[in-house]
Design a protein around this ligand. Structure first.
Ligand SMILES: *[C@@H]1O[C@H](CO)[C@@H](O)[C@H](O)[C@H]1NC(C)=O
Ligand SMILES: *[C@@H]1O[C@H](CO)[C@@H](O)[C@H](O)[C@H]1NC(C)=O
Ligand SMILES: *[C@@H]1O[C@H](CO)[C@@H](O)[C@H](O)[C@H]1NC(C)=O
Ligand SMILES: *[C@@H]1O[C@H](CO)[C@@H](O)[C@H](O)[C@H]1NC(C)=O
Ligand SMILES: *[C@@H]1O[C@H](CO)[C@@H](O)[C@H](O)[C@H]1NC(C)=O
Ligand SMILES: *[C@@H]1O[C@H](CO)[C@@H](O)[C@H](O)[C@H]1NC(C)=O
Length: 409
């Protein structure tokens, strides 16, 4: 009896060991780190299958920022390589051992195994990055890959949101600081190009109004709740008598837009900076900064809350749709501004007379996301990891991420 008990304990022990070994082997193989990682701990290869950051440079001066891949693997997308502050940005994965931080765009880990789960260098900072709205990501093609950023995989978040660990705004020093430096001269120069509705008479193959411009180069007309809503809102503006020149994929006239000269484009007084999502935290894109502000067109904003825009934009620089009860009221106001140059010019006050907040913002925007990341990385902050990057990213109102349509009357 005693002998039998001894044997059964032994057999159970052996069986458990075999089961454990099979389990570890199969998970490691599926992670593609075994047996290579065990056999050649220091070998670094740029092949995805063999990648491991075991053997990372233990010197504390790892100044590379490795961008794991371009967003959606499209080479023209994403952060640029090269010097940034004291760091070097690169897409070269062989630099992994010398990377202080590795940046993963939300699309990067889709379909990819995770080689570092068990052999990860705790000194290396893994960064989650997105420039798209949660609304887009949650309904988009890589929606199923977001959970790869959970389970404490990510140390820092880097997005356009001010509550990210690394603030990576759409605006960079190129726009605001340059404009403030030029001051009144910049305003005069821009305003001299403006035209009134009635004056529009160019030799173009299509009619044009010059009151406002809606340029949608993406074919995102109906994909998201937000894209449908902005379309409806614009239709309502037009119905209320506001001449809106609409270009882009959604209107089958991308090529016509190319007929406009640089001066023609700056003749517009307003730009409808309508995002593809409503009330997503801080989601204010290049539509605001480049399409509107940089061209001297007053942004008419739909999407981010007025509070968020006030936080992120120069004081008094924009018109928010939420301030108007109906699209018709807004149309009326824009038509009025078209007739009153003094009132219109007030939207450029921040250029000549920037207030404290505006100057503070301009300073913030001097650093790009990767520059800020570099600074933070080199200053050796304490340890941190996010239990779930998707929980951080999707922590939004249903307005932002819901796919249900909300009809504008
Ligand atoms: C480790 O980093 C230091 C400082 O950046 C560099 O000089 C050295 O060549 C690196 N060592 C290896 C093995 O890559
Ligand atoms: C690392 O950087 C610090 C400060 O930048 C410097 O003093 C130190 O010599 C560097 N160490 C190595 C190994 O390069
Ligand atoms: C208008 O454009 C057409 C075709 O591009 C050209 O032949 C014509 O001379 C232009 N007229 C004026 C007034 O510029
Ligand atoms: C034009 O705008 C200015 C500044 O807002 C205002 O004082 C003035 O009364 C307006 N003029 C007309 C004719 O509405
Ligand atoms: C980064 O996250 C990993 C995994 O959660 C953790 O082990 C490591 O200590 C973190 N490193 C830093 C520098 O925060
Ligand atoms: C979600 O957002 C709220 C308010 O914006 C914040 O207080 C809370 O800490 C956030 N939760 C997570 C998990 O980020």
């Amino acid at each position: 009896m005693r002998l039998f008990a001894k044997w059964s304990v032994f057999v159970i022990f052996i069986l458990s060991a075999i089961v454990a070994a099979i389990y570890i082997y199969s998970t490691e193989v599926s992670n593609k780190t075994f047996p290579l990682d065990i056999m050649s701990l220091r070998r670094i290869s740029s092949s995805k299958k063999q990648l491991t950051n075991r053997g990372a440079n233990t010197s504390s001066n790892r100044t590379y920022i490795l961008f794991w891949d371009h967003p959606w693997s499209v080479p023209t997308e994403g952060f640029s390589e090269g010097n940034m502050g004291g760091c070097t940005g690169t897409y070269d994965r062989s630099k992994l051992p010398d990377a202080g931080a590795v940046v993963f765009h939300y699309s990067n880990l889709d379909g990819e195994s995770m080689p570092w789960k068990h052999y990860r260098d705790p000194e290396q900072i893994f960064v989650f990055s997105s420039h798209e709205s949660p609304s887009y990501v949650i309904h988009g093609e890589h929606r199923h890959a977001m959970n790869k950023f959970d389970d404490h995989f990510i140390n820092w978040t880097m997005t356009y949101r001010t509550d990210s660990d690394v603030f990576a705004p759409y605006e960079q020093s190129k726009v605001m600081n340059k404009i403030i430096d030029e001051g009144g001269k910049w305003i005069d120069n821009k305003l001299a190009k403006k035209k009134k509705v009635a004056v529009a008479n160019l030799n173009l193959s299509f009619p044009i109004s010059f009151v406002s411009l809606q340029l949608w180069v993406v074919s995102n007309c109906a994909l998201l709740r937000g894209s449908k809503m902005r379309m409806k809102y614009t239709d309502a503006l037009v119905k209320a008598g506001l001449p809106v020149d609409r270009f882009g994929g959604c209107f089958n006239n991308k090529d016509e837009f190319k007929e406009l000269s640089a001066d023609d484009v700056e003749a517009y007084k307003f730009y409808l900076a309508f995002e593809n999502a409503q009330y997503c935290k801080d989601y204010m894109t290049e539509k605001f900064w480049y399409n509107a502000i940089a061209h001297g067109r007053v942004p008419v904003v739909w999407g981010p809350s007025k509070e968020d825009v006030e936080k992120l934009a120069p004081t008094g620089s924009f018109i928010h749709t939420d301030d108007f009860k109906t699209p018709a009221d807004l149309a009326k106001y824009l038509l009025y501004l078209d007739t009153n140059d003094t009132a219109y010019r007030e939207y450029f006050k921040w250029v000549e007379n920037p207030d404290e907040k505006t100057l503070e913002l301009a300073k913030t925007y001097v650093l790009t996301g990767p520059h800020r990341l570099c600074k933070m990385m080199l200053s050796n902050r304490g340890r941190k990891s996010h239990p779930s990057a998707s929980e951080f990213f999707y922590n939004e109102t249903t307005n932002c991420i819901s796919s249900q349509e909300n009809v504008i009357k």
